[in-house]
Design a protein around this ligand. Structure first.
Ligand SMILES: [Zn+2]
Length: 336
């Protein structure tokens, strides 16, 4: 499939050939977790702490509940913190990403993912009149965002917190000031104007604890900006179990309403929540073209996604973005 103009496509960041190779590693990781199911712990809703939740779906022997109050869906019972730590240390998928996917797709990821993130942060900083803000990224991965942020010279400082030795090393190679530690155990005096994290919160046992840990390093009225999946977004809701976004690594699927509740319970004021994701239609379309999913007799969606994709697909994606219905979400919150 040819990509149109500047549009982001799934193929650019997750090439099919590499995706095939990743399968073996994926099942290795999944087996590691599922074979330790006995140690999993039940949790209440990670969005609003509601205790009475309903069964939502099951995938790969992992159980998902949905909160009837805020529509967050989440893994419960789930791997406890200690097990998650061990899991990510031994993860074959992460090893594969670090050794193959990231190096091979860094250019395109930098342009299509990290650059728009930096641009968005710059735009928001200007909008909220932040002059020369200091910024801390929690979970920098390959260090691409920090490295681009450094280059803008807009920030007074760019720091990162990364517990894994490989990740921290990647950052050092890019001359990023990195603290090799978890945010929960980080002990520094410095406070920041902005703390960001991208696609981290959905992986965590306790999102609330994570937000409160980050909050300690924010100045008064400081900004926390994060991205995560919107569980009520288009491709996730259409594909459900067939969605690659629903996997053993992702424990929490917030939505615009529930993430607001979570931040408010941590004493933040939500400034804005938006869903600029570009991939929803592409993801559903690719699943159909790969014959892994079909819309059966849903003529309405077939018309948009398959039959008239060239004329309607883009417009539909724009509609999803403008109505907070895309499955990629941004949250901008301010410490009270
Ligand atoms: Zn809830």
């Amino acid at each position: 499939m040819k990509s149109k103009s500047n549009k982001l496509t799934e193929e650019q960041i997750r090439p099919k050939l590499l995706k095939k190779k990743i399968k073996k590693n994926f099942y290795h990781d999944l087996k590691y977790l599922v074979s330790r199911k006995k140690s999993f712990e039940k949790v209440s809703c990670p969005g609003c702490q509601n205790k009475n939740n309903k069964k939502y779906l099951e995938k790969n022997k992992i159980n998902y509940l949905i909160c009837p109050k805020c529509k967050t869906f989440f893994v419960s019972p789930r791997p406890p913190e200690k097990l998650l730590e061990e899991f990510y240390k031994q993860s074959k998928v992460y090893e594969f990403f670090n050794n193959y996917i990231f190096p091979q797709t860094e250019k395109i990821r930098s342009k299509k993912i990290a650059k728009p993130r930096v641009d968005n942060i710059l735009k928001l900083s200007k909008k909220y009149k932040l002059l020369k803000p200091s910024i801390l990224e929690v979970g920098p991965g390959y260090g691409t965002f920090c490295s681009l942020a450094n280059r803008t010279k807009f920030f007074s400082s760019v720091d990162a917190v990364e517990p894994s030795p490989e990740g921290a090393d990647n950052c050092r190679k890019k001359r990023i000031n990195v603290y090799e530690e978890t945010i929960e155990n980080l002990k520094i005096k410095k406070k920041f104007d902005i703390v960001v994290n991208f696609e981290v919160i959905e992986h965590l046992f306790s999102p609330k604890k994570f937000i409160l840990s980050m909050k300690k390093f924010l100045k008064k009225k400081g900004f926390m900006i994060l991205t995560c999946p919107n569980g009520m977004g288009f491709d996730i809701q259409i594909l459900k179990e067939k969605s690659d976004s629903i996997d053993h690594e992702h424990l929490n699927y917030f939505n615009p309403l529930s993430i607001e509740k979570l931040f408010e319970s941590c004493n933040f004021k939500i400034l804005e929540i938006f869903t600029p994701g570009q991939l929803d239609v592409d993801l559903v379309r690719n699943k159909i073209l790969d014959k892994k999913f079909n819309l059966d007799s849903n003529f309405f969606l077939n018309d948009i996604i398959i039959d008239n994709y060239d004329t309607k697909g883009n417009e539909f994606q724009k509609y999803l973005i403008n109505n907070r219905l895309s499955s990629n979400m941004w949250v901008v919150a301010q410490k009270k």
